[in-house]
Each structure stands twice: as C-alpha cells, then as structure tokens.
Design a protein around this ligand. Structure first.
Ligand code: AMP
Ligand code: TRP
Length: 349
C-alpha cells in the first residue's frame, strides 16, 4: 500500500509567538499548501507540560490557542483547504501516545536535549508530561500517518525519535500489520523539513541563544504582536559588536549577533546571506539596523493587524478550530481502528 504525502506540524500556545516561530515554522507551513495536504495543529496538550505560570492557566491557554490560530490564518494558511485545529479536540493524539509510550524506550527519551534544557537543574520537579513530550509529538504526526514535518532546527532530535518509534512499531507488529494489509510497515517514517534561511533565529540579546517564547527578557524577541515602534526599539537595542559588517560570509565567523541579524534580514528580504552581505558589507550597525527595522515592520505589521482583526471575533476562530478538528478526526479515527487491531486490542469497530 503506498502512502500519500501529508504534512503535519504543530506550534505550542504558550504565548509570546515570535519572529523565530514565524520564519522557522509558520512561513514554511504557508509555502507547503500548494504541493501538499497539510494539517496544522495548535498543540495545547504540549503547552500544559510546563509550569502553569508558563502557559498562563486556563484563560491564558484559551487566549494563546486563539492567538496561534489567528497567526496561522493571518500568515496565509487557508483553513478551508487545509486543516487547522487544536490538539485536545482529537482524542487520537492521547490514545496513540499511550501506545507509543509502550514502544519508546527510556534510553531514547533520556537522550532528549530539549527535556534537559527545559527541566534544568530541578529534574525531579519536571512534570512526567514534559519528559514524555516527544512521544506525544510522535503520536501527533503518526495519528495521521503524516510523511513530512516542517519545523525549526531545534525539533530535529524529536523528529528522529518519531522515526525510531515508527520503525520499532513497524518491526514489533510486522506480522499483524501485514495481515491487516500493510506489508511495508504501518507507519511512514516522517521526514523533517528543516529548510529556508532562518531555521534557527537567535536571541536579540545573545547571539548564542535561540530566540524563545520563555526568555525572561522581552527585548530578546520580536513578537508577532509588537507594534512598529516596539520592533524598531528592539532592533535598535539589539546586541552587536563594534566592527562594521563584513562583506563576505567568512567575516561572520565568531560574530554570532552579526550573523543572526544578517540572517533575519536575508530571510525577510527574500535574499541569500551573501546578497545581504554584499549590500551591507562595510556598513555600521546603526545604518544596517534601520534597514532591518524597516523590512521587519513591513512584514510583521500587516500580519499583526490581521491577527488583531481575527481575535476580535473569538467565536469565528473557535468555529475554524471545531471544523478543523472534525476533519482531523475523520482522518485519524480509521487509522486508530487499524492501530488497535494491529496491536491486538479487541474492538467492536
Ligand atoms: P514552539 O514555540 O516550541 O512551539 O515552536 C514552534 C515552531 O517554531 C517549531 O517548528 C520550532 O522549531 C520553531 N521555532 C521555535 N523557535 C525558533 C527559532 N528561534 N528559530 C527558528 N524556528 C523556531
Ligand atoms: N514540539 C514542537 C515545538 O515545540 C511542537 C510540536 C508538537 C510539533 N507536536 C508536533 C511539531 C508535531 C511538529 C510535529 O516546536
């Protein structure tokens, strides 16, 4: 049986949606719409793996879920042609995650660097959900037997784990899958799509740290909801070094802040790093930052305005999510019927 190409990706509703999410993930989601069937999920069950203060409690979670949905639509994702929904509305994610909990090995999860970073020194205090996070992520993707997953660089290891889980399931259940008509293995091995010029956007305050929703300094990130003045101020104050910009890529070596800002400019202006450097080589940061602020505002401001417009009508956003969830369920439910049969669970379906 051949497997049709299907894209799946997710973004957590933990607030502070930023330029890294936009360039590293959301613009890639938009680009895949003409070539693939796409499912874009607001992963609210992943959001609650962290402390309640991080995701803002029940009201914060609902608000942030609508905000990510609005960002998807404002960026150009068409929720009629493709599927946009929030994870918790489709029970297949949790059901498949349980089965995958019994496929994934402790040793595999112990290697996950994102858990170590997020749990920090107080690992005993991290939720079990945070540890299990990558297993739920594998379930998200494979509940739809998705084949391609656009993500930023930081998700590469999690995607490898998803492949390992799919592979082990296929091996462990090869005979019963073949009996059910799946001779080549039940799950596809999902491929990461980590492409484009900005797969890892760094903090504006420290070019060695990635731009993140959870950085305590709001000056470290450009948020999708920042207004023009705020964007200009954050870029003006972004950390740099005293040298003028180089005209070739070699000159960015050992200058993480310069490399990051040039990368952001190139991504926003639709240029390569080399093109941006040939334009700004020899310039002082003060001049370059003016140009950077201009392209950033030009791109972010209309998206932010459209997000605000959409968020004025939360009932309409909830309707989009409900319709997406219905269509997501229609895909995942028959897959789960087969999964259960393959595992040996007795079922009336
Ligand atoms: P998250 O904010 O963790 O839910 O991430 C949502 C998506 O944005 C994932 O595909 C991430 O890989 C991507 N992403 C997050 N931070 C960055 C960043 N600093 N640069 C590029 N992509 C990012
Ligand atoms: N872990 C991803 C992140 O933090 C979000 C995510 C959850 C995801 N499930 C997914 C991404 C499935 C791609 C596919 O960025």
């Amino acid at each position: 049986m051949t497997i049709k190409e299907r894209v799946f990706s997710g973004v957590q509703p933990t607030g502070n949606l930023h330029l890294g999410n936009y360039l590293g993930a959301i613009t890639r989601f938009v680009a895949l719409q003409d070539s693939h069937d796409c499912i874009y999920c607001v992963v609210d069950m992943h959001a609650i793996t962290q402390a309640v203060s991080v995701w803002g409690g029940p009201e914060g979670l609902a608000q942030n879920t609508r905000e990510v949905t609005a960002a998807f639509i404002a960026a150009g994702i068409d929720p009629e042609r493709h599927i946009v929904f929030n994870q918790s509305q489709v029970s297949a994610h949790a059901e498949l995650a349980w089965i995958f909990n019994c496929v994934a090995r402790m040793g595999w999860l112990n290697r996950m660097t994102q858990f170590k970073e997020k749990a920090g020194k107080h690992r005993e205090n991290a939720s079990v959900g945070l540890y299990d996070y990558p297993v739920l992520m594998a379930a998200d993707i494979l509940a739809y037997r998705a084949t391609h997953v656009p993500v930023g660089e930081d998700q590469k290891q999690h995607l490898e784990l998803s492949r390992d889980i799919a592979q082990k399931f296929n091996t462990d259940f090869a005979a019963s899958a073949a009996e059910a008509g799946y001779e080549d293995g039940f799950f596809p091995l999902p491929e990461p799509l980590i492409t484009g010029p900005a797969t890892r956007v760094m903090s504006l305050r420290d070019g060695t740290k990635k731009m993140s929703k959870s950085d305590p300094s709001d000056m470290s990130r450009i948020k999708m909801t920042d207004d023009a003045d705020t964007i200009a101020k954050k870029i003006r104050k972004a950390k740099t070094d005293p040298e003028p910009l180089p005209s070739e890529a070699d000159g960015l070596e050992g200058r993480p802040e310069a490399k990051n800002l040039i990368g952001i400019y190139a991504a926003l202006a639709g240029q390569s790093e080399d093109e941006a450097l040939s334009q700004f080589g020899g310039s002082q940061f003060s001049d370059f930052k003016k140009a950077l602020a201009e392209v950033t505002v030009e791109l972010v401001a209309p998206v932010a305005a459209e997000m605000r417009r959409l968020l004025d009508d939360p009932a309409e956003i909830d309707r989009v999510l409900a319709s997406g969830a219905d269509r997501a369920r229609a895909i995942a439910e028959p897959i789960m019927v087969d999964v259960k049969k393959i595992v040996g669970f007795i079922s009336s379906k």
